[in-house]
Design a protein around this ligand. Structure first.
Ligand SMILES: Cc1ncc(COP(=O)(O)O)c(C=O)c1O
Length: 407
């Protein structure tokens, strides 16, 4: 039997005490659990690729290196971070709609595994760079589908998009890319939407991917080494959200994936699930401390040391259609009846709010609030330099204890 896990509230309070606030706290055991769960549910078909954009923390990248197969970077900077954290560059893919010549050159020269081609312009530029370096660069071609099922919180398909090559012109584009010396097409890539909590919508989206992959590979007579499924797997952010049951996704798609994998063309193809938030999001908390409490015209406002500057996503300004507070709780301090409170950050702007009318036990100066589901799109997706407040610390908690891993 494994040892009981320590009380997370005691650990959150200790992290705030030792390292200060605002702070992000990441629990390694929760990421390990998530990897195990994804492997149980999808390991028969898929390997995993971590999208660095969701959390580029160096300690996290180093921890993940021996635990999952691939890393997806979206800039030269993320590529450098991955390699510095111990990743073999051959296990990295490089997505992104506006790759510059200098970062393409650094990645190709640095031994990048697969370049994800998002346009013909990029293919031609990369081919010229690879030829100049005397290399043949493996590439995946990113396809922009024309539809995504309902249920994705953020969707990119079926509308004008800077991402990937539109499915309508993909056949011709693949033929042109195949003719470029310096590049070798190894497979295809699709990422068309995310933050989906509906198993059937995810399964349907993957069916769309399989149909696109099958049609294009047949038309081009391509036997792909790799096909990337941008996963779309969501996480519960708000009170009342129902967590995604990946077992149900697997049950709903098993027959389709088995049949796909049985086709001679795909028998030796590695299918990859590319994801960020579902892997690390729920393993992280954001800690913010109440600096001041104000009663104003009938509302009680807790004004905290970290708000949208430290956690833009929780303030509702990061791709959220309806602004709703993230699930949060007051750390420790006994149980008083929950009451309505507005949570503000330290900035001199009225949009710096982490919640309006949130129900929490009475908050006083010095209290600590923990915002859940904060392990992805945290510090690196926040305007941390706005108004020059202290930037959030990042704390890593594992079996060896806790340490400051701000980077
Ligand atoms: C190409 C690509 N892959 C993966 C991801 C990660 O998405 P998520 O964190 O929702 O899994 C993104 C997010 O924007 C993306 O653009």
């Amino acid at each position: 039997m494994s040892a009981p896990r320590p009380d997370p509230d005691a650990q959150l309070a200790e992290a705030a005490e030792r390292f200060g606030t605002p702070a992000y706290v990441y629990f390694a055991d929760r990421i390990a659990d998530r990897i195990e769960r994804l492997t149980t549910d999808f390991g028969r078909w898929f390997s995993l690729s971590f999208a660095v954009k969701s959390n580029p923390n160096a300690a996290l990248l180093a921890w993940l290196a021996p635990r999952i197969a691939h890393l997806d970077v979206s800039s030269g900077g993320e590529f450098a971070r991955g390699v510095a954290a111990g990743w073999d560059p051959a296990r990295a893919s490089f997505t992104g709609p506006a790759k510059r010549a200098d970062e393409l050159e650094a990645a190709i020269a640095g031994g990048l595994g697969e370049l994800v081609i998002e346009s013909l312009r990029e293919a031609e530029l990369a081919a010229a760079i690879a030829a100049r370096l005397g290399r043949v660069q493996d590439v995946l071609v990113r396809i922009a589908p024309d539809r995504v099922p309902k249920g994705f919180g953020d969707q990119m398909a079926g509308r004008p998009s800077p991402f990937g090559i539109d499915i309508e012109v993909a056949g011709d584009a693949l033929a042109q890319i195949a003719r470029l010396p310096g590049l070798r097409i190894r497979g295809l890539h699709i990422y068309s939407g995310t933050q989906c909590l509906k198993p059937e919508a995810i399964a349907e989206n993957w069916r769309i991917f399989m149909s696109i992959f099958r049609d294009l590979c047949t038309a081009r007579d391509l036997t792909p080494a790799r096909l990337v499924f941008g996963s779309g797997l969501g996480i519960p952010y708000h009170p009342g959200d129902v967590a995604l049951d990946t077992g149900e996704v697997a049950a709903g798609i098993a027959a389709d994936l088995d049949a796909f994998k049985a086709e001679p063309r795909f028998r030796d193809t590695e299918l990859v699930l590319e994801l960020g938030r579902h892997l690390v999001g729920e393993a992280g908390y954001f800690l913010t401390r109440v600096v001041s409490v104000k009663e104003s015209r009938g509302s009680r406002i807790a004004i905290c040391d970290g708000g949208m500057n430290a956690h833009l996503a929780a303030s509702g300004h990061f791709g959220m259609v309806l602004r709703r507070a993230y699930t949060m709780h007051r750390v420790g301090g006994g149980n008083t009846e929950p009451e309505k409170v507005d949570i503000s950050g330290p900035l001199c702007t009225s949009i710096d709010k982490l919640g309006t009318g949130v129900m929490l036990p009475r908050l006083e100066e010095g209290d600590l609030i923990a915002i859940h589901a904060s392990g992805a799109y945290g510090p690196s997706a926040s305007p941390v330099r706005f108004i020059s407040h202290p930037e959030p610390r990042e704390v890593w908690v594992d079996g060896a204890g806790m340490r400051d891993v701000t980077a």
